[in-house]
Design a protein around this ligand. Sequence first.
Ligand code: PEP
Ligand code: MN
Length: 356
Amino acid sequence: MIIVMKRGVEPAAIESVVRRVGELGHRVHLSRGEARTIIGLIGADEYKLDYRSFEILDGVDKIMRVMSPYQLASRDFADGDTIISIPTSAASLASGKKSRKEVAASIEIGGNKIIVCAGPSTIESREQIIETAHAVKSAGATLLRGSPFTPRRSPYAFEGLGEDALKYLAEAREQTGLAIIAEVMSVAELDLLSSYVDILQVGARNNQNYPLLKAVGNQSKPVLLKRGVNSTIEEVLLAAEHVLVGGNKNVILCERGISTYEIATRYTFDVNAIPLLQEMTHLPVMADPSRGAGRATLVPPIAKAAVAAGASALMLDVHPDPERALINGSQSLNFKQFEQVMRELKQVASAVGREI
Ligand code: PEP
Ligand code: MN
C-alpha cells in the first residue's frame, strides 16, 4: 500500500501517519519529494489492512493498493492452474464397471479438456431428469445439473421438488455415471445437499452470502461459485477467498451474466470475465450461457464464444421439452439442439487447441 500525502503538509502529519503504520506492525519506506511525501508500507500482509481507514488520517491525499485484497485466489500465490478432480460418490460406481479411481480421474476441471455440465434448470419429475441424464451423457456431457430447490423472484412460482429431486438426481447418476451438481441456497440445507451431490453450487444470489461461503469452505465437496448479477470481478474473487480461507481449495468460478442497462437479453454475458479471471486467478472458470443469454437461440453462439475465450467448463440448460418446462424453458436446449451444439463446440475447441 502506498500513502500519498497532500502537497505541503506539516511534518507532524507525516509523523503521525508513520506512527499509525508502525502501530499496525508495518515498516515504512519514506520518499520525500519537492512537493509531496509518499509513504510506502513494507510488510507481507497489507491485504489484511482496512486501507480506507488511512484515507481519513490528517494530511493524506490518497491511498494506492499494491497487493490484491485476495491472496489464496490470486495467481501471485499459486504455481500454475488449479485442476479440480471430481470424486463421484460411491453410488455412481455401483452400476458401472469402473473403479473409484477411474471415475475420479475422468472428471477434471481446469485442464485442457473442457467439461460440459448439462441438465434441466429445475428437476420437475423423476422421468424428466433420468431421460435428460441419458441424453446429455450420450452427447458428451460429464456433469448433470438440475435444481432441487430453485431461487425464484416470485414466492408463487415453482420452487422445485426438494429432497425428492435429490433422490432422482442421485438415481440419474447411478444409471449414467455422470457426476451431479445442485445448488445449496442456505447453510441450513448444506448437510442435505452434500449428502447427495458431487459439486455444491452457490448461486448468483448468494455470491455475497458470507455465512454460506464460509460453510462451504469448511467442508470438502468442490464448490461452483456463480458470479453475482451485480458482482465485480474483484467481488467474485473475494467471494472465492471466503471459501478458500476455510481450507476448501476446490473452487470453480462461473460467469453467468450480469445486470446492465440492456434489457433485450435477460443478462449481459461478460465474455471479458473469462480471460480476465484466468489472468488473475488459478481457479478454473466455467461459463453459463443459458443464464447469460436467457434465450435458447443465443446459447450456442455464446457457448462457442466462451470456449474460444478459454472457459474450462460450460453449463447448459437442457430439457426434454422446453416448451413445456415449468421454468426457464426459453433458455433451454432440447436434446437435438444440445447434440448439435456439442458437435460445433468440438470444432471450436480444437481450433483453440482444446478438447471437449
Ligand atoms: C441455476 O444455475 O440454477 C441458477 C439459479 O443460476 P444463477 O444462480 O446463476 O442464477
Ligand atoms: Mn436462475
